[in-house]
Design a protein around this ligand. Sequence first.
Ligand code: HEM
Length: 402
Amino acid sequence: MLDAATGRTPPVLAGIDPYDTATVIDPYPFHAALRDLAPVVLLKDYNVYAVGRHAEIQQILDNWQDFSSASGVGIQDIRRPGKFRIPSRLVEADPPGHTEVRAAVTKILSPRLIRSWRDLFEREAAARVGEMLDRREFDAMEHLIEPYVLKVFSTAVGVDLPRENVIAIGEMRFNQTGPDNVLYRGAMERAEPYLDWYEHSVDRVGVLPGSIAEQIYVAEDRGEIEAGVAKSLVRTLVGGGTDSTIAGLGACFHHLARSPGQMALAVADPMLMRTALDEGIRMESPFQVIYRTPNRDVDFAGFTLEKDRKLGLWLGAGNRDPRKWDNPDMFDLRRNPAGVHVAFGTGMHVCIGQMIARLESECLLTEFARRVKTVEPAGESLPRPMNQMRQLRSIPLRVTPQ
Ligand code: HEM
């Protein structure tokens, strides 16, 4: 627990709106302004606090006693009338409720189960990379990353994931966690035709035998998970693990193509690709921001944070904080930032699926480094702007084989 309140209010960060579309597309000036002004600032237009320095983000994520997840990890306080929605029993829960559910899911996502998917992931990676080598020029999102992740993750999790549906629903979900703005409204409109699919996408009848989803339903049957919770848990896993891994791999390919020296290192030693995902998501954190809410007036970093006023932790800013990293804007495969960057969160809610995301990425990226000699941009990468998630829509690439 922290000291008694000092009464000092964090300074207002004015003149830059993190949820403006142009800022969402290029958030780095906002990140710098946020980090430079103070350890905690106030975003007046949204009536929320914001934190962009690595050390303070970590401290807050490690302090669930004072900074709760139960009012939602997006900008809206989901306990408020008009904003109410049923919270995820994992991401948007505090102990003791969180502890029990997390233990049940951790038991299912055992290292043994995850290792059992390696053959499938490697086979699929080999097929996809082979196809790209035949083409020589391709869109890494549409032709490589999306089909690969949608195939391997949907098999592991046990839920069918058609591309158009995933994209439309992902855009809805990762805009919904931001303010009611033009990005949010556009995404809601595009998601409309897919809402019925979304509602039934994780129903028990459709899930694959032996998959994560089936095991969660079985855990509910056995009473290891409270009755009625399995479906929303499967939804949390699918929602947490699909778009984020696609975004993270996108960041890796985007930067590899723009860093010939790094690609040469990977070609010489494909094992370097085992930690490439961590460097990719440090550079372009898929979850740019996650929220917490002070449970009481809390004294933090010299300021008093008011009870119930939401606090945005800008993971993307912390992951390029020069107080923490040397050459923070450089994509460096030898950096190996795993366990230090905050793109998977940290503390009690640290990403429960990170080993799956790492295995998916390792298989695809090591295969790429074994068979490709050079990779370069074949055009500009295009953004898919979302309030919360940083993801590219298109990454045109040109490759030469080894
Ligand atoms: C590159 C890919 C991924 C990134 C960047 C990512 C990022 C994150 C972050 C930042 C959190 C912390 C949220 C918080 O503290 O409020 C988190 C939690 C979580 N992630 Fe991931 N994730 C990824 C992949 C996955 C995968 C593949 C799965 C599913 C198998 C998954 C499922 C979850 C779940 C269920 C939680 C909530 C855990 C809890 O609250 O105890 N994630 N993830």
